[in-house]
Structures are given as structure tokens and as C-alpha cells.
Design a protein around this ligand. Sequence first.
Ligand SMILES: C[S@@+](CC[C@H](N)C(=O)[O-])C[C@H]1O[C@@H](n2cnc3c(N)ncnc32)[C@H](O)[C@@H]1O
Length: 249
Amino acid sequence: MRFDVLTLFPEIFQGYLTQSLLKLALQNGLVEIHLWNIRDWARGKHKSVDDRPFGGGPGMVLMPEPIFAAVEAVRAQTTESGLPILLTPTGERLTQPLVKELSQQRRLLLLCGRYEGFDERIRLGLRPREVSIGDFVCNGGEVPAMVLIDTMIRYVPGVLGDPESLAEESHNAPGRLEYPQYTRPRVFRGMAVPDVLLSGDHGAVARWRQEQSSLRSRRPRIECEPTSTTSERDNHEESIDRPGGGIGA
Ligand SMILES: C[S@@+](CC[C@H](N)C(=O)[O-])C[C@H]1O[C@@H](n2cnc3c(N)ncnc32)[C@H](O)[C@@H]1O
């Protein structure tokens, strides 16, 4: 899977690319990430990439010329022209099904905006897929691009140490959330690991996990149950298996 990231701030990605799973995936040739500075395609003495909005208003808007030039030059790097993705808070909300769908692509061009965002003709002319990582506004498209990369590479065979990790994860099926996980110590600040997990009875563990997963999945979540109240959520919390004792007990 190849990502071409078009940004005004390629340096932002440096720490991210040199850590953990992604570092290994890059080293093993499972994933390729190419960073491109849009300003390299800007013209004129000042290499401007943005200008004031027509009609007035605050901030600056990214101009179409450097973005089109950058996309055309980057696309031409390989025979696989790739799917352009415009990162924008007005786009389709990123969900696990969308991550899975996009992970079928061999090459993605991620367009990171800044300032007040993109001139509309970038959207109209490039006809990109428009993706939002959530209903909030980031300062730029770089963090959203990292979120997209981070979620997608999990579907590249060989990236996860154990492919089983994907099978039971939250959001694998719509609305399905993973069961609670525990590790050592057996008791921490009065909170004990549920006995069933220490029983060695694999059937009982599987049943407990299934049950806890169902309870969690039914828990009212603010974004899908806008009318749920704090007390409704609290009541539900109480029905989920709690470690023995309370904090500090
Ligand atoms: C400050 S934002 C511009 C917001 C724009 N004026 C608006 O109200 O829709 C600058 C850039 O950050 C990126 N961005 C911000 N929030 C985002 C989100 N939720 N999802 C994806 N990209 C986002 C986009 O690339 C955007 O062009």
C-alpha cells in the first residue's frame, strides 16, 4: 500500500514514521509513504500557496494552482494513478467500514489542508474522496492523514504481529465493542481481575467476553444516542462487570 501525502508541513510526520508498527511496516516494504511539500509547486518569488477569500472573511484559502500541479506531478510518479483523498471536516465521517473499504486501494494521495481550507475548485476539479476524521476542526490535515494511515495499515497483511488482533476488535461489526482486557497484577489498588479470567476454563472465558462485549455494545454512547442522559449511561455502567472493590478500597 502506497501513501503520497501532500502537505505544507512534511516535518510533522517525522516522529510518526519512525516509531512502532509503521516503522516496521516501512522497513519490511509492506507500506510506502512519500511526503511531498505542496510549496515546491508554488510559483513566484514568494512561493505563495494561499490567498484571501473572495467575498471577504477571515483567514487564507489554499489556491488551486499549486495543489493541481502537485497532484499531477505526484500522480505521474507511478503508473497507478491512485485515489485522491481530500481531508476536510466537511467530508464523509471516517468509520471502520470506510477504513476497510479504503484499505483495498493500492495507492492513496492524501491532501492535507491548512488555514481556512481548500479553494472549492480543488474539490470540483480533482473529484477526490472527501474524508473527515470527526465532527471537529483540526488546525491542519496532517493529523487526520496520520489517523487515516494508522487505521488503514492495520489491514495490510503482515503489519500486525498477530492478524487475530483484528478479528475481535471494536467496530469490526457495526456497533460492536470489545470486552474489557486485564493483565498483571491480579489486584491493583483494590481492583481484582475477574475470577473467570484466571479460571483456565476457556469456554467460560469466551462466554464472559461475549457477554461483556454485548453489554458494552449496548451502552449508550453519546454520539449514537444523542438523547441519552448521564444517569442512563451511569445506570448501564453499573451492569457491566466491575473489578472487585473500588478505587482505593
Ligand atoms: C482549520 S481547517 C479548515 C476548516 C474549514 N474552514 C471549515 O470550517 O470546514 C484546516 C484544514 O485542516 C484539515 N481538517 C481539519 N479538521 C478536519 C477533520 N475533522 N477531518 C479531516 N481534516 C480536517 C483540513 O484539511 C482543513 O482544510
